[in-house]
Every structure is written in structure tokens, then in C-alpha cells.
Ligand binder design. Structure first.
Ligand SMILES: Cc1cc2nc3c(=O)[nH]c(=O)nc-3n(C[C@H](O)[C@H](O)[C@H](O)COP(=O)(O)OP(=O)(O)OC[C@H]3O[C@@H](n4cnc5c(N)ncnc54)[C@H](O)[C@@H]3O)c2cc1C
Length: 530
């Protein structure tokens, strides 16, 4: 049997210490041992039964229950005040074979895999690479869990690919303690798995596009995501090069995403006019340099001995992690806020990527581990890419007027079909500021106030925006979620109310949902025309 340890706790915190937040119980479920003789399907179903038992216990105690992944989100989205469940030991992996495919499926079976929720991106990549496959994209680092990634909508800067949830083709949800609360969900328009295969998981099948799209970015509140079916692709290589280019050109490329007349002039390679796989612009808001460091990544064909030609990509990537030195500088900045611009300028060589060196590697090697474990903040706004330069200018000016210890970047993502994905524009530019947390007691503007001003400045300038669910924001800003997502908020709530019974909606709620009013029921579902 899968076993769960339940620890009494008084508080819980995120990886980057954005809390602490109050907590009663911390639960960790481990799978049945290999020596038990159970096969992987049996172990998976045994874990499902254990999760249903835990959900029932929470409901019977009138308490909330929330699954967490690697606790990498910096907002309080992963927090619940009663029971939090750590998933990382739930990491079974299933390749999908030809006979397991739905008869109308257009997917290639060898690209489909079912991963249990607690699998981290890095272990999924290792598993796929052994089979000659790769994820289509990931975030900038690889320690998040697959369920955690899709629940907030994790993205890289893969212009024409999208975010992690965009290659998910099936979801196994546990929405309550009853047998019918184990659900397998996929799109009616793109079925993937054969019913007889799904029966291995004793799951009720729902094939519906709207339901699937709403559950994809579920904010931890569409039940417990037990398994995720993803579409991978054949291994490929990424050719990465960072160089400074004229600020005006970098911004023009951001606003147009038109690379047809642009030659990045990368030594030893010809990418003239080629649209990159990934385009990222870094900016220091405190510098008026006329050039910006820009990261160009191009997708190239995989071949075995690329390391003989380009060296090992990983030691080079390691150099980009934040340094503890930054933390020391921040301590100084807290005492002397006026020094922030100078300090950031001094630090830029360690926090901006090194320029003019080609790195070639697999996705998992280019987007590698995050080293820094200390206090950090990140605010990340999505705007239509045509507004990229304007949004950056407004947010950078706000930051110069109210200095905080951070550096901006812009990344670009294709639109997602997920109802509450922040990548909701045809191409979304994520304008993000990352940095080290400071103390509210000091003379620097508070993070809450700074985040509120960021929202205000975009609203005042009529720039439609979204915010990354897993990042810091003034989430209590009145009407924020409706402002960002309009009628889609109702669509999302409607699906949640269809999938979860009223008691289960409360079990799977959390302070983040209360603050954003997403836990508030729809006024009268029957009157809704959505
Ligand atoms: C170093 C670092 C780098 C980052 N880089 C990026 C980046 O490049 N791009 C980007 O978009 N974001 C990035 N982020 C943000 C982070 O990746 C996201 O917030 C992500 O969602 C965290 O995943 P996680 O596994 O840690 O989940 P958590 O933060 O633990 O949880 C996130 C959400 O998932 C839910 N959840 C987790 N498991 C389940 C489950 N089984 N069932 C239901 N709900 C579940 C939780 O309840 C919560 O709502 C970064 C964060 C850090 C700390």
C-alpha cells in the first residue's frame, strides 16, 4: 500500500521564502515498494486510492487539501492553511504503445507518455532522452513538477511552441473520494488514449474541449492532478548565443517578432532571416546603455557527438546562477536604497548572461538547474507582443522612480488554449523583473506597493495584461482577475463547479483563490451564457 506521513506543522514556505504561511498538516505520500510485486498500474491505482482517502479525511474534518509540487511558485498559490500534500515521490512513468491509442487519434504513439504528478521536469527529460525524445519546451530551469508547471502555466521563450500545458493531451484528475471522482479528461477534438487503456486507471472518461481547456491551468483547484499525458517529440539540439544588439533593434524584433530581415551574425553559423526557437531580451532598468544583451536560441537537428564540436553545455550554464554575493549587496541596498541603481550596475556582469559564446545542447542541458535557494522575488506581466516595448518602458520607468533590486527580461510565448493561461494573446510577451527580496522595514518601496503600481501603470496606459500565477503580484487588486481574463473567468468557474461537488470546491480552495475571488461561486449557473 502507498503510505502517507502526516506531520504537524505551524507554517510552510516557498523555495524562495516568500512566506511563511500558516499550516496545520504536511502530508507526504510514498508509493508501494518495488518489492511488493505490484506492477506500475497497480501501484498507480493504489496511490489514487490513498489520495482519495486523504481527500475524504480533509472533507470530514472540514479542512482544505492542496497538492504542491516543488514549491517553486513565489505567489501563495501552492499554500493552503490546513493540509498540504507533497507529491514528489509520486513519479511513475508510462510510455504509450500503439494498441493503447484512441482509434481517431492523430498523435504518434511513441511521442505520448503518461507521467504521475510528482515527476520533475529534469527526471522527465532524462526518461525521454533515453528513448530519443524531448519535451517541446520547459521553463528556464528544470526542478518544477509536471503538475505544478501546468497548474500555473510555466513557459520559456519558445515563440512558436507555447507553454508546458500546451503539449498536454490528457489529464487524470481525482476530484473527490467516490469511485466516479477519478476522471480521465481529454479533448473531444483530439482524443489520445483508447478507452480500454484508460480502464487500467479505473477512471471515468470525459472527452470535452471546454472542460479540458479549463482544467489545464487549474491553479491547484480543479482537484488533484494524478497523471498528465504529454506529447513529446524527437530529440533536437538548441544552439544558443547571447550578444548585445542595438536597443532599438531588440525592441523592434520584440514588437514585430519579424526576423525575416535580421541577421544575428553568430560566428560559425548562418541564421540570417531565421525565426529563433527562443528570443529573450535582458534589460537593466538603471542603465541607459544603447545596447541590450539578447539571447538567441535556434533549433537544430540532433546528432550524437555534438559535445565534441561544442563542448559540454552544462558547466557553462552553471555560471549563470545567482550568486550569494548578490544577497550581500542587497543587505547594503536595504540600508541605502539610493545605491540600488549603482549596485545593479556593478552586479550586471554576474546576473546577466555572458555574451558571445556558443552553447549547444539538448533542451534539458540549455535550461538547467537553478542554483540560488535564498530569498527572491519575481513579478511577471504578459502583454500582447506588439505592446512589448511600451510595457517595458512603462515598467522600467516605474522601477527607476521606485528602485527595487532586480533586472528585467522579456520572453515570448505562443497563445495557449487553456482558459486561464496568462499566455492569452496571439503571442504573449512576458515582461518580468527578477531579483532578491528586501525587507519591508527598510526604506525601499514594499513589494506589495510596487506590484500594485505595476498594475496601475499598465491599466492607466490601456495596455491589456495578464500576470504569471506563480509570481509575486498585488493579487488583492480589486477586480484583477476579471480585468485580465474577462468572461473566461466564468467559463473556468463553470467547469470547476461541474467537476467538483460543492464540498469538494471548498476542500480544493485556498487563500490564493479567496484573494482573487476565484473561490466565489457563480451567481446562478443556469443564467450564464458562456
Ligand atoms: C528558480 C525558479 C525559476 C523559475 N523559472 C520559471 C520559468 O522559466 N518560467 C515560468 O513560467 N515560471 C518559472 N518559475 C515559476 C515556477 O516554475 C512556477 O510557479 C511553477 O508552477 C512551480 O512548479 P512547482 O512544481 O514548484 O509547483 P508549486 O509551486 O509547488 O505549485 C504550483 C501550483 O501547482 C499546484 N499543484 C502542484 N501539484 C499539483 C497536483 N498534483 N494537483 C493539483 N495541483 C497541483 C499547486 O497547488 C499550486 O497551485 C520559476 C521559479 C523558480 C523558483
Amino acid at each position: 500500500m502507498a503510505t502517507t506521513t502526516i506531520q504537524d506543522r505551524t507554517r510552510w514556505d516557498t523555495l524562495h521564502k516568500n512566506g511563511p504561511f500558516p499550516l496545520k498538516f504536511f502530508l507526504t505520500t510514498k508509493l508501494e515498494k518495488n518489492s511488493s510485486g505490484l506492477n506500475d498500474f497497480e501501484k498507480y491505482n493504489d496511490a489514487a486510492a490513498e489520495i482519495q482517502k486523504l481527500i475524504k479525511q480533509a472533507a470530514d474534518s472540514h479542512q482544505r487539501f492542496r497538492a504542491i509540487g516543488s514549491k517553486w511558485s513565489m505567489s501563495n498559490i501552492a499554500h493552503a492553511e490546513d493540509r498540504m500534500h507533497f507529491n514528489s515521490f509520486m513519479n511513475l512513468k508510462f510510455p504509450i504503445f500503439e494498441g493503447e491509442m484512441h482509434e481517431d487519434s492523430t498523435y504518434e504513439h511513441s511521442n505520448l507518455f503518461l507521467f504521475q504528478c510528482g515527476n520533475q521536469i529534469k527526471e522527465i527529460s532524462r526518461f525521454l532522452e533515453r528513448r530519443g525524445k524531448s519535451l517541446k519546451t520547459s521553463g528556464a530551469s528544470n526542478g518544477q513538477t509536471i503538475a505544478g508547471c501546468i497548474s500555473t502555466g510555466v513557459h520559456g521563450s519558445t515563440i512558436d511552441v507555447g507553454s508546458v500545458q500546451d503539449y498536454v493531451v490528457g489529464l487524470n484528475l481525482i476530484v473527490g473520494p467516490r469511485p466516479k471522482d477519478v476522471i480521465y479528461l481529454e479533448r473531444a477534438s483530439k482524443p489520445a488514449l483508447r478507452d480500454t487503456y484508460i480502464q487500467n486507471f479505473q477512471a471515468r472518461i470525459i472527452r470535452d474541449d471546454d472542460t479540458f481547456n479549463a482544467a489545464l491551468v487549474g491553479l491547484g483547484s480543479m482537484g488533484f492532478i494524478h497523471g498528465v499525458v504529454i506529447e513529446a517529440e524527437n530529440l533536437y539540439l538548441l544552439h544558443r548565443f547571447v550578444k548585445k544588439i542595438d536597443k532599438a533593434r531588440a525592441l523592434e524584433l520584440a514588437d514585430t517578432l519579424d526576423f525575416s530581415g535580421f541577421d544575428p551574425q553568430i560566428p560559425g553559423a548562418d541564421f540570417n532571416g531565421v525565426r529563433p526557437f527562443h528570443y529573450k531580451v535582458f534589460t537593466n532598468p538603471y542603465s541607459d546603455e544603447d545596447k541590450y544583451p539578447v539571447e538567441f536560441i535556434y533549433k537544430i537537428k540532433y546528432y550524437e557527438n555534438y559535445k565534441a564540436d561544442f563542448g559540454n553545455p552544462i558547466p557553462f550554464q552553471k555560471e549563470f546562477v545567482y550568486l550569494d554575493l548578490i544577497y550581500l549587496f542587497i543587505k547594503i541596498a536595504e540600508k541605502l536604497p539610493k545605491s540600488i541603481p549603482k549596485l545593479i550596475n556593478l552586479l550586471k556582469s554576474s546576473i546577466l548572461p555572458k555574451e558571445e559564446k556558443t552553447t549547444v545542447g539538448k533542451l534539458s542541458e540549455i535550461f538547467w538547474d537553478a542554483g540560488y535557494q535564498g530569498r527572491a522575488f519575481a513579478c511577471s506581466f504578459g502583454v500582447d507582443h506588439t505592446h512589448s516595448s511600451k510595457a517595458l518602458e512603462l515598467l522600467a520607468k516605474l522601477t527607476r522612480d521606485n528602485p527595487v533590486p532586480g533586472i528585467f527580461a522579456m520572453r515570448f510565448i505562443k497563445k495557449s488554449e487553456a482558459t486561464l493561461a496568462f499566455s492569452r494573446f496571439p503571442f504573449t510577451c512576458m515582461v518580468e523583473i527578477d531579483g532578491i527580496q528586501w525587507s519591508d522595514k527598510e526604506k525601499i518601496i514594499s513589494l506589495q506597493e510596487y506590484s500594485k503600481k505595476m498594475i496601475e501603470v499598465l491599466k492607466d496606459n490601456n495596455i491589456p495584461f495578464t500576470i504569471h500565477w506563480g509570481k509575486n503580484a498585488a493579487w488583492d487588486f480589486p477586480g484583477l482577475v476579471e480585468h485580465m481574463f474577462g468572461e473566461d473567468v466564468k467559463k473556468w468557474k463553470k467547469v470547476r463547479e461541474e467537476l467538483l461537488t460543492v464540498p469538494m470546491q471548498e476542500v480544493f480552495s485556498a487563500p490564493f483563490l479567496d484573494t482573487t475571488k476565484l473561490s466565489e461561486p457563480l451567481p446562478n449557473t443556469e443564467d450564464l451564457i458562456v
